[in-house]
Design a protein around this ligand. Structure first.
Ligand SMILES: [Zn+2]
Length: 43
């Protein structure tokens, strides 16, 4: 899974969504980056 901080655009690759950004230390700014499989699942 890949996540991105919407504040600083830092990308995180982890199995679970982190609570805070390891780069800018902001909380609640992490969002999941949709993968190709996610897009397929939405159809
Ligand atoms: Zn950040």
């Amino acid at each position: 899974m890949a996540y991105r901080c919407v504040k600083c655009s830092y990308e995180i690759k982890k199995s679970e969504i982190p609570k805070r950004c390891p780069y800018c230390a902001s909380e609640g700014t992490i969002e999941k980056i949709p993968t190709a499989q996610d897009v397929l699942d939405m159809l």
